[in-house]
Design a protein around this ligand. Structure first.
Ligand SMILES: O=c1ccn([C@@H]2O[C@H](COP(=O)(O)OP(=O)(O)O[C@H]3O[C@H](CO)[C@@H](O)[C@H](O)[C@H]3O)[C@@H](O)[C@H]2O)c(=O)[nH]1
Length: 484
C-alpha cells in the first residue's frame, strides 16, 4: 500500500445492523477521496458476505481475522448474530474477545503507515489496543446519541436496581426523564452487575471507552443534540455526528441476500397509490412471538390497508427455518393477501431502503433499530414503534416524546398485543386525522433537516466528517512514541 495514503481500519461487530452502517461509511469514505486505504476487518464468514456486497469497482480491502465459533461453545459457523437465537448473542459477544490478538497483530503490521482505527461500540477493548500502540482510534456508533446515552447509562449505573418503583431516572442523563421498567431490554432488566452481559459491557467494553480519541455517530446534530452532548460530557472527547450513512440502491445484495427480488417489490409498489402502504419489518435479527404474530396478521387483515410484511418464524423456532404461514398466520391469510394483491408477505429479508424510498409507502412499523430509524426518517416516513431489544426502547421513546414522528404500538417480544389496538394505531398514523397529518408533516420536516445535514460542504454531517478526518490525519501523522 502506498505510504502517503492513510490506512483506515474499520472493525464492526458481527451483526448485520452493525456491519451495514460500517460498509456504508467505508463506501462513503472511498467516494470522498482516494487518499485512504479502507480496510474492513472481520471473521471469515462475514468477510465472505461482505465481499459479495462490495460494488464491483470498490477498492475497499477485506481482511479476515481467524475465528472458530466451536472453540467458544457456539454451533459451527456461528459468526453473526443473524444465525443464532437471541439467547446465544452474549456467547458470540464474549467469543469476540478472542479477536483481540489477531486484531492487535493486524494493527501492528500496518503501523508503519499513517493509521486510524474506526471500531464498533461493542469492541471497547480496541481502544486500549490502539492506545497501547499509539494509534488514533474512534468508535463508530450505529446507534443514535439519545438511545446510546440511555443504554450506556443503564449498564454503568443499573439505576432500576436501586429503586422500588417501576419508574426511575438516569443519574447522569436526566434529560431522558422517567423510564419505566417495561422499557428495559430483558438483559438490562435482569442485570445485577455480575451476570455475563454486565461483565462484558462493564469490563470488556465500556471501561475502555476512555482510551478512545472520539465518537462517530450515524446520527444528525440537529436531530439528536441532547444525546450526542451526553458523550461529550461524560468522556470529554469530540463527537462527530456524520449521519445518515446509508447503503443506497444499487449496492447489490445486502444482509442475508434478499427474500424477494427488488424489481418485483418495486413493481408491486408501483401499482399502489402514493402514501397508501404500510411497511412492517423488525430489523436484521428480531422476530415476535407466535401469539403476537397472529394478532399482527389479524390487524393487517382488518385494517384494510396495503402492506409489505417481512416475516420470520416466531420466537422459539429456528429463525432461519422455512416460514409456515398456515401455522403462524391467521387462517387463509396468505392466500387472501396473494389473491387480492393487498399485501406482500416477504420471507426473511426485503430491500428495506428501496421500499422506504418508494412514494407508495406511508408508514413503517419498526422495532426502532437505529438504522431503520434513519432510513425511515431520511424519507419522511413516520414510525409505528415496536421496540424489542437493546436501545430500541429509548429510540422509540425519543421519537415519540421528543421528535413527534412515532407512536409506540407494543413493547417487547413478550407483551400482550391486541389486534384492535394495532388497527387503532395504524389508523392514527395513516389516516387523515389531525394526529396522522401532523406526524407525517413532522416526519417530512425531519427528512429535510436530515438531508440538509448531508448537503454541500456546509451541512453539519459533512462538516463533522471533515473534522473527524482532519483530527485523524493530524494525530496519525505524528511519530508514535508509545507501543512496541
Ligand atoms: O428485511 C430486512 C431487514 C433489515 N434490513 C436492513 O438491516 C438493517 C437493520 O438495522 P436496524 O434497523 O438498526 O436493526 P438491527 O439489525 O436490530 O440493529 C442492531 O444495530 C442497531 C445499530 O447499532 C441498533 O440500533 C439495534 O438496536 C440493534 O439491534 C437496516 O439497514 C435495514 O435496512 C433490510 O434491508 N431488510
Amino acid at each position: 500500500m502506498a505510504d502517503d495514503k492513510q490506512n483506515i481500519v474499520m472493525f464492526p461487530f458481527m451483526a448485520q445492523g452493525h456491519i451495514i452502517p460500517f460498509l456504508a461509511l467505508a463506501l462513503q469514505l472511498e467516494k470522498i477521496s482516494n487518499h485512504y486505504n479502507i480496510i474492513i476487518a472481520n471473521t471469515p464468514l462475514n468477510i465472505t458476505k461482505l465481499r459479495s456486497s462490495l460494488p464491483p469497482h470498490s477498492a475497499v480491502t477485506l481482511i479476515e481475522l481467524p475465528f472458530s465459533s466451536t472453540d467458544h461453545g457456539l454451533p459451527p459457523n456461528t459468526e453473526n448474530t443473524d444465525t443464532v437465537p437471541y439467547t446465544l448473542v452474549i456467547k458470540l459477544i464474549q467469543a469476540s474477545t478472542s479477536l483481540k490478538h489477531p486484531f492487535k497483530n493486524l494493527i501492528q503490521s500496518l503501523r508503519s503507515h499513517k493509521l486510524c482505527i474506526i471500531a464498533d461500540i461493542f469492541f471497547g477493548w480496541t481502544a486500549t489496543v490502539a492506545k497501547d500502540l499509539g494509534v488514533f482510534h474512534a468508535f463508530f456508533s450505529g446507534c443514535g446519541g439519545y438511545g446510546l446515552a440511555c443504554y450506556y447509562s443503564l449498564w454503568t449505573n443499573l439505576p432500576h436496581r436501586r429503586v422500588d418503583s417501576s419508574d426511575f431516572t438516569l443519574p447522569d442523563f436526566p434529560e431522558a426523564r422517567a423510564l419505566h421498567v417495561t422499557q428495559l431490554p430483558a438483559n438490562i432488566a435482569e442485570a445485577d452487575g455480575t451476570d455475563p452481559w454486565s461483565v462484558y459491557q462493564r469490563e470488556d467494553n465500556f471501561s475502555h471507552w476512555v482510551n478512545s480519541d472520539g465518537f462517530l455517530f450515524n446520527s444528525v446534530q440537529e436531530l439528536d443534540s441532547v444525546g450526542l452532548s451526553y458523550f461529550k460530557r461524560i468522556f470529554n472527547r469530540p463527537v462527530w455526528p456524520i449521519g445518515p450513512v446509508l447503503l443506497s440502491t444499487g449496492n447489490g445484495s445486502r444482509g442475508k441476500g434478499g427474500g424477494i427480488n427488488p424489481d418485483l417489490c418495486r413493481e408491486w409498489l408501483n401499482k399502489k397509490p402514493e402514501n397508501s402502504v404500510l411497511f412492517v419489518c423488525f430489523g436484521s435479527m428480531n422476530t415476535i412471538s407466535a401469539s403476537q404474530m397472529m394478532q399482527l396478521g389479524t390487524a393487517l387483515e382488518r385494517c384494510g390497508r396495503s402492506f409489505v410484511w417481512v416475516v420470520r418464524p416466531p420466537i422459539g423456532f429456528d429463525i432461519n427455518a422455512e416460514f409456515r404461514a398456515e401455522e403462524w398466520l391467521p387462517e387463509g391469510f396468505a392466500e387472501k393477501v396473494l389473491e387480492s394483491g393487498r399485501g406482500l408477505i416477504v420471507h426473511d429479508w426485503a430491500p428495506q431502503v428501496e421500499i422506504l424510498s418508494h412514494s407508495a409507502v406511508s408508514a413503517f412499523m419498526s422495532h426502532c433499530g437505529w438504522n431503520s430509524v434513519v432510513e425511515s426518517l431520511s424519507e419522511g416516513v413516520p414510525i409505528l414503534g415496536w421496540p424489542m431489544a437493546a436501545e430500541q426502547f429509548f429510540n422509540c421513546k425519543f421519537l415519540e416524546e421528543e421528535v413527534g414522528v412515532c407512536v409506540e404500538v407494543a413493547r417487547g417480544k413478550k407483551c400482550e398485543v391486541k389486534w384492535e389496538d394495532l388497527v387503532g394505531k395504524i389508523e392514527l398514523v395513516m389516516d387523515e386525522s389531525e394526529k396522522g397529518i401532523g406526524m407525517r408533516k413532522k416526519a417530512c420536516e425531519i427528512r429535510d433537516l436530515i438531508r440538509g445535514a448531508k448537503k454541500d460542504k456546509d451541512g453539519s454531517s459533512v462538516k463533522a466528517l471533515d473534522e473527524f478526518l482532519a483530527a485523524a490525519a493530524a494525530i496519525s501523522s505524528k511519530p508514535k512514541t508509545n507501543g512496541t
